[in-house]
Design a protein around this ligand. Sequence first.
Ligand SMILES: Nc1ncnc2c1ncn2[C@@H]1O[C@H](COP(=O)(O)OP(=O)(O)OP(=O)(O)O)[C@@H](O)[C@H]1O
Length: 405
Amino acid sequence: MTSSTSSSRSRNPSSGPRSTPDRFANSSSFSSNSAPPESDSRKPDSGRNPLTVAVRSIAGAFISCFTPPETAERKNLIVSNESRTPSVSSEVSRTTSGRRGSNGGIYSNARKESGPGNMKFTMDEILKATRNFSPAFKVGQGGFGTVYKGRLDDGSLVAIKRAKSCVYDKHLGAEFQSEVTTLAQVEHLNLVKFYGYLEQGDERILVVEYVTNGTLREHLDGVHGKELDFAARLDIAIDIAHAITYLHMLAADMDSGATHVSTQVKGTAGYLDPEYLRTYQLTEKSDVYSFGVLLVELVTGRRPIESKREHKERITPRWAMKKFTDGDAISALDPCLEPAARTNLALEKILELALQCLAPRRQSRPSMRSCGEVLWSIRKDYREQSALGFRSLSSSQRSVSVKEE
Ligand SMILES: Nc1ncnc2c1ncn2[C@@H]1O[C@H](COP(=O)(O)OP(=O)(O)OP(=O)(O)O)[C@@H](O)[C@H]1O
């Protein structure tokens, strides 16, 4: 989504929403076991901007760095090397209050005790972990800057994100610290763990958990083997909705009620709330918009912007919404997915939700919590229908109306 510290792993510049809380997302792991967000009357969807500059910077990562959900499908996707990343150890996270480092052990790193917002790295440590920012350790380049893979002294594998000098407005000196303070408080199974930071001279560096499973885009493209099945995509959507809901609640707690104006676009094309262009403000509802784009991406398998396609298909959300409103949702379904009555039903409901998320006016968009609840209900129906044994349709029936068997 829109921010400056993204930890996304997308290798495609057009992938990975960038508006508010996706930046540190890992999406998934607990998906199939996750409960719908609990209602919280303390934090109504007020429509105010709960995202401080700092929190806004969290945004943007949820799409890219993710661990596929716990489904049969996942077993084929997951990296079996247990020593690689804590993000694949969902069971560990679920069953222990302690966290595990990339080396598989509970953190022995003294930084854990150093407390949120106080996890400072020295330049020596960063240089050692990245072999002096060796190009061989570079894993990506994003709006925030350059991302390196590194290993800390305790063996933890981390992503070291070195900000471009233009990312932090010199006039907003507190922006980085504010961001760090927020990141240090984020603890969610679907969000990459924040290890610490370095602020020295012009250098601004963030150290976060390294995600080895690849990006959502890669999994949608089948780069790691079989494409994600529909159930897995639904799980991912729910996990992301939960993660953003969590971030919105966090942000609401921290929000001072100030108005947050950003004139520096930090998002990724295709995901950015169009209202931002009018107001220069990012709100929770900007994330909802980006989430709508993500929903479309998940079910169509297409990138938000498909510049090589014919004109009317280039902006994927617009194309998919047209299909949906024309009553032809099924033709927007990712051709990799097997059409089935239950899938088509869920597809329609997901696109309906996406339509609401993509509403041009912010006030018409649902809250993230509500998105999670709707998706939860869609998944419940989908599973029930799967259990009832709805049979698949052949691809040739894709364009005809679906009748339940
Ligand atoms: N935590 C991580 N673990 C592994 N690889 C990562 C991680 N974070 C980022 N990367 C890699 O670095 C690339 C750039 O990430 P980064 O988050 O800076 O850019 P982005 O996802 O394009 O977002 P933005 O442009 O908004 O900053 C990603 O595409 C990914 O390949």
